[in-house]
Ligand binder design. Sequence first.
Ligand SMILES: *[C@@H]1O[C@H](CO)[C@@H](O)[C@H](O)[C@H]1NC(C)=O
Ligand SMILES: *[C@@H]1O[C@H](CO)[C@@H](O)[C@H](O)[C@H]1NC(C)=O
Ligand SMILES: *[C@@H]1O[C@H](CO)[C@@H](O)[C@H](O)[C@H]1NC(C)=O
Ligand SMILES: *[C@@H]1O[C@H](CO)[C@@H](O)[C@H](O)[C@H]1NC(C)=O
Ligand SMILES: *[C@@H]1O[C@H](CO)[C@@H](O)[C@H](O)[C@H]1NC(C)=O
Ligand SMILES: *[C@@H]1O[C@H](CO)[C@@H](O)[C@H](O)[C@H]1NC(C)=O
Ligand SMILES: *[C@@H]1O[C@H](CO)[C@@H](O)[C@H](O)[C@H]1NC(C)=O
Ligand SMILES: *[C@@H]1O[C@H](CO)[C@@H](O)[C@H](O)[C@H]1NC(C)=O
Ligand SMILES: *[C@@H]1O[C@H](CO)[C@@H](O)[C@H](O)[C@H]1NC(C)=O
Ligand SMILES: [Zn+2]
Length: 772
Amino acid sequence: MTSTFDLMQDGRASKIASRKFWIIAIIIGVLAFIIGILIGKYAACDTPSDAVIPEKDGVFLPGVPDAIIKEADLSIRDLLLSSIDSKNIETYLRALTEKPHIAGSPEDEDTVNYIKEFWENVGFDDVQTATYDILLSYPDKDNPNMIELLNENDEVIYQTPIEEDVLTPGKNNTEGIPPFNAYSPKGIVTGQLVYVNYGRVEDYIHLDSVGVNVSGCVAIARYGKIFRGSMVDIAQKHGVIGLIIYSDPADYAVPGEGVYPDAWWLPGSGAQRGTIFTGQGDPLTPGYPAISSAYRYEEDKVEPPLPKIPAHPIGYTVAEQLLVNLGGAAVVDKWKGDINITYRYGPGFLDDNWKVRMNISTQRARRNSSNVIGIIKGAVEPDRYVIFGNHRDAWVYGAIDPSSGTATMMETARAMAALVKSGKWRPRRTILFCSWGAEEYGLIGSTEWVEEYIKNLKERTIAYINVDISVEGTHSLRTLSVPLLYRAAYDAAKLVENPNATEIAAGRKTVYDTWLLNRPWKINGEMYGTPEMKAMGSGSDYAPMIQRAGISTVDFGYSYNEHGYNVSGYPLYHSQYETFYAVKNLVDPEFKYHQAVARVSAEMARNLADSLILPLNVSDYAWNMENLRISLDSDYGAYLRGNISNYDDLQMVIKELGAEASRFQEKVKTINKNDPLLTRMVNDQLMLFEKSFLDPAGLPGRHLKKHMIMAESSTDSYSGSSFPGLVDLLFEIDKATDTNARWDQIRQHFSVILFTIQSAASTLRDVTLFHY
Ligand SMILES: *[C@@H]1O[C@H](CO)[C@@H](O)[C@H](O)[C@H]1NC(C)=O
Ligand SMILES: *[C@@H]1O[C@H](CO)[C@@H](O)[C@H](O)[C@H]1NC(C)=O
Ligand SMILES: *[C@@H]1O[C@H](CO)[C@@H](O)[C@H](O)[C@H]1NC(C)=O
Ligand SMILES: *[C@@H]1O[C@H](CO)[C@@H](O)[C@H](O)[C@H]1NC(C)=O
Ligand SMILES: *[C@@H]1O[C@H](CO)[C@@H](O)[C@H](O)[C@H]1NC(C)=O
Ligand SMILES: *[C@@H]1O[C@H](CO)[C@@H](O)[C@H](O)[C@H]1NC(C)=O
Ligand SMILES: *[C@@H]1O[C@H](CO)[C@@H](O)[C@H](O)[C@H]1NC(C)=O
Ligand SMILES: *[C@@H]1O[C@H](CO)[C@@H](O)[C@H](O)[C@H]1NC(C)=O
Ligand SMILES: *[C@@H]1O[C@H](CO)[C@@H](O)[C@H](O)[C@H]1NC(C)=O
Ligand SMILES: [Zn+2]
């Protein structure tokens, strides 16, 4: 039984074995055939080990689609540029500015839907909204804010108007929110008035030197040199009990040139709204997204703190009523504005018994605010992102800030999506278009989104392109950029036709040419031969990208001649006169300058999303850092050298970074672009380079600002500052109460900077080696 069984078993086994044999034989045959083909293909290889090393001009992996290793198709660039149309931008701007749309209002929600539907219609792969429950602030409609001048009997002899004058042709009422400073506490303060010029630290030092004590007074400051939140913060630190901020004609108008609606200069009742919170993101959820699970701090426990003294903005005809009555000595020339009065310091009025009263009812309120995100998925590297963005919320109509930027972003989005829809193009990498909410209150929409998705974004985002105020003048392009993006920005501007016919006739055919002429870059006193690049401060939504996530950022716009005019912002900024009328009649009637900005930023996005090797230059980073060092050295070199024993190491590590950067750039030039893993490796080094300047502990005293090089000075959040941590600690060091303790902090931070620069250099070496 057993044997028969065994035989039977053997018979079946041999049948299976013979079937296996044939299958294996066929597989071997097929393999031999493939190998034969491969040998034929790589016949040039002379040693067996060479078979796995890609040949320079050969295809690395058989079967790898050509799309993975091919260079960008430059015919797309021309199609994209030519399809961007000024007429569309005008149409979008008209729609965006039809109604006031302050963050958190129903009209803001209407613009969310408008953008969302627009992006769905242009044919994005996906459109999403991201909504956050955040702390905002509004004046109380029933108890309007006012400032009053009181006589000796506490009778009101002057009261500021609640609204700005109605001046826009075709409008006969005021629809928007009256002038106010967001996050001002509500309250009533009464006291002597004192004039503090621009409200900077140096202005209070001057007041001290002329014997004026501001403590316990209401102060009046003029807008123009520093961020208004810093003005309130500094005033508060000097014992001021309330701050009135006005726009002086010296800073926002020119005598004899007319005012809105005849010219773009600020009319007398025009007032600059704006936030006075110095933090970024939702005040109640610092560092984390304002989602339903978030822990929310009490309003009096947030960090940085919300302002503690009331603040309120007014126009110059209004300010004149207060200033003309001010007592005290006449001010020095530098403090004089252009109102036809004698400017005096105060404190107090010509009549000693008069006082000023601020009655402020502005209240904080939780509201929902949304970002709208439109997505074009990348064809080859969908997990690498190029992000394009601008905010949507406006203080009133916001025709310049932010809608000039939103209208250009919409046209860029439409043009790109149309190319994708037509089947002619799909970018190599993913492009995201972001319409941020609640930027005006403190970059809230973008900050919350970065906080929510930082773990996805940080190591996957190539760059962020911001277009907030896209046209505030027609003189020249204005660009803020990190050094990695300088060259890509120049290259884009060189491809875009000059919107000014006179300039073209003069031989300056491109946006770049006029930029170079009108804003040549002067570095440490010398002309550098390229157009000016400004450093990133915290003026718009690029700040959370660069400062939190180390994402390389650039911000484009067309600007006025800031040297010719001596203005520190376009005059109608944050007033109710930022209307479609102003843009159409006073700034860019044909929308040609808007079109030029749309083209420059679109080409920048295309280049970053499509190029096989990322157009980021690490050498420029080292070059820029050396310039920053020279500027630091000329301001503080003597002190630093005397108090930090290894101060000269800074120059050395920057030099080493420069050498490492050029070696890396050379290597990039010669890599085998047919090896997709190698290009990905080099691209990762380029993309991650900016992140190597992040420090987990953040800047001294500002732990949420992680970038050691790119941040604003803490005495003015608008402007970028070189080595911001050092400059902050060195600021007014002679007046510090404990100089030794301050120098200890400086030495500690200095060592962090040295380490950060060295570790940045190490990311450019062979990343499998860890020694220096
Ligand atoms: C402040 O303004 C409110 C409303 O406008 C008013 O009711 C109140 O009396 C004012 N307070 C003072 C002290 O004038
Ligand atoms: C002006 O006001 C009148 C009456 O209040 C109104 O009927 C008219 O539509 C308004 N015109 C404009 C342009 O707002
Ligand atoms: C400034 O004024 C405040 C309040 O009136 C007073 O407490 C302080 O002592 C004064 N400071 C100086 C230096 O006079
Ligand atoms: C300035 O005021 C003075 C005196 O009030 C007046 O005589 C003069 O004409 C004014 N100047 C201008 C430019 O308005
Ligand atoms: C925001 O929206 C959510 C969901 O609709 C809602 O539960 C929440 O109460 C809203 N928050 C505010 C402040 O309106
Ligand atoms: C165009 O350029 C010329 C100088 O070439 C300048 O005078 C003119 O103001 C510019 N036009 C605009 C609209 O800025
Ligand atoms: C701007 O300031 C400069 C120097 O302070 C001065 O020479 C020039 O006249 C000013 N320009 C205008 C338009 O006020
Ligand atoms: C990168 O920048 C350096 C100067 O900092 C320049 O010499 C080099 O040509 C640039 N490389 C590329 C690829 O643009
Ligand atoms: C060190 O810094 C202080 C300012 O805090 C300065 O007065 C001093 O001159 C510096 N020391 C040297 C040796 O330069
Ligand atoms: Zn803006």
